[in-house]
Design a protein around this ligand. Structure first.
Ligand code: UGA
Length: 435
């Protein structure tokens, strides 16, 4: 496994759990030292246990020879960050391909786990051939792991996608997954590459769509939570990824939306829908600021508590987190920002004060903004919090709280697309209708 980051580590550890011998190679010495010492350098529920129970089958190394030695599969799980133009930066991929030794016994298969533009497989194939490595196979096997549930996602996948040039190489990669019960999609390399980008772009589209519906709800007095429920119960649409909020972040959606838009553009097609998905998401992060202004007027000199910094709960990841945009928008409006997160403690937010506890963050604040739906925040509207705040105003960027309960607890409350002032309980009437 080339790359001991999120994907490489989870995939490698889970393959070991399926009974395979896995060698994970990373170029960062501290990371390898940590892993050898049994420490997990990322926050991912369940991963430590999987690594622990497979210590016999898992090795960590800095040396390329130790990975390729007798390897039947050469998994690539290195980063493919966007370049300033929005194209994927593949230089880590090329470094791996160029470092493969000339003498590789048997028929090892290079398997691409990293998310790459369509056409990368063909380019790698050409490069392998040019180096005389025609006996080395190539397969695209994209990952669908979500941070925070990555181990569960690997062990219970919705599908396994395997695209290959040579059918036998593909079958061997399918065989690696023996023990997992799921649908297998066998296809060509280009299609497998596109499945990954299309899936992430589609999920992002759903989020931007429901966020726009939420913005309409704010204007017409509808409740987006009920609307999403009513929409999602249509089996053709389904209930997932219809949570309105402050927009999507993380290392995948923003990157993959851009990558697919860019890929289409480079191929001569303007992907207008994705342009809109992106813009809606950028505006959505900033709507919190407008909502604060609606309640507080000018934010100059106001103290705002940001509750949650990670791009979603159960991770310490702050890549492309909406919290970054919100924090610096608030600073440029002249507000003082104090932030709290149970796991993410970033050192790269100059000007933002970090608080140890929720109570410390909200003390003296003119408003509290829920940025990440950490379970700890579900009980935010307490008398203690209300007393601690200079003004008891909650802007709920994730629709985590019950608006009625929050208002009854003495807070001014505003969610995203939940403008109703007096809501009546709205149970599901499904059972009653049936009887
Ligand atoms: C995502 C995909 O879910 C994985 O299937 C994929 O493998 C991964 O990207 C990747 O490409 O590697 P991840 O970025 O970890 O996983 O996070 P998600 O749980 O999908 O959430 C992404 C963002 O969307 C978060 O900021 C989240 O708060 C937001 N979101 C999600 C919403 O705003 N509303 C929703 O209904 C769902």
């Amino acid at each position: 496994m080339f790359g001991g980051g999120y994907v490489g580590l989870v995939t490698g550890a889970c393959f070991a759990d399926l009974g395979h011998d896995v060698v994970i190679r990373d170029v960062v010495p501290e990371r390898i030292e940590q892993l050898r010492a049994g420490e997990i350098p990322i926050y991912e529920p369940g991963l430590e246990q999987v690594v622990e129970r497979n210590r016999e089958r898992l090795q960590f190394t800095l040396e390329i020879d130790e990975v390729v030695d007798d390897a039947e599969f050469l998994y690539i799980a290195v980063g493919t960050p966007p370049t300033p133009s929005g194209d994927a930066d593949l230089h880590y991929v090329w470094t791996v391909i160029d470092q493969l030794p000339q003498e590789l016994p048997g028929r090892p298969v290079v398997v691409m786990k990293s998310t790459v533009p369509v056409g990368t497989g063909e380019a790698v194939r050409r490069r392998l051939d040019a180096r005389g490595l025609t006996h080395v196979g190539y397969v695209s096997n994209p990952e669908f792991l979500a941070e925070g549930s990555a181990v569960r996602d690997f062990m219970n996948p919705d599908r396994i996608v395997v695209g290959s040039f040579d059918p036998d190489d593909g079958e061997r990669v399918v065989g690696l997954h023996r023990g997992l019960e799921t649908e297998v999609v066998r296809t060509d390399v280009q299609s497998a590459e596109l499945v990954k980008l299309a899936a992430n772009a589609f999920l992002s589209t759903r989020i931007s769509f429901i966020n726009e519906i939420a913005n309409v709800c704010d204007l017409v007095g509808a409740d987006v939570v009920d609307v999403a429920k009513g929409v999602g119960l249509d089996h053709r649409l389904g209930p997932h990824f219809l949570k309105a909020g402050i927009g999507f972040g993380g290392s995948c959606f923003p990157k993959d939306v851009t990558a697919l838009k860019q890929l289409a553009g480079n191929s001569g097609y303007q992907f207008m829908l994705l342009q809109a998905v992106w813009e809606v998401n950028e505006l959505q992060k900033r709507r919190v600021v407008q909502k604060l202004q609606k309640h507080l007027g000018s934010l100059h000199g106001k103290r705002i508590a940001l509750l949650g910094l990670a791009f979603k709960p159960n991770t310490d990841d702050m890549r492309e987190a909406p919290s970054r945009v919100i924090a610096y928008r608030l600073l440029s409006e002249g507000a003082e920002v104090r932030a709290w997160d149970p796991v993410a403690h970033p050192g790269d937010l100059p000007g933002i004060e970090l608080a140890e506890t929720v109570l410390d963050a909200v003390r003296g604040a003119d408003a509290a903004v829920i940025v990440t739906e950490w379970p700890e925040l579900a009980t935010l509207p307490t008398p203690e919090v209300r007393e601690a705040m200079a003004q008891p105003l909650i802007i709920d960027g994730r629709n985590l709280l019950d608006p009625v309960a929050a208002r009854e607890a003495g807070f001014a409350y505003e969610g995203i697309g939940r403008p109703r002032h007096a809501t009546t309980p709205n149970p599901s009437h499904r059972e009653e209708l049936r009887t």
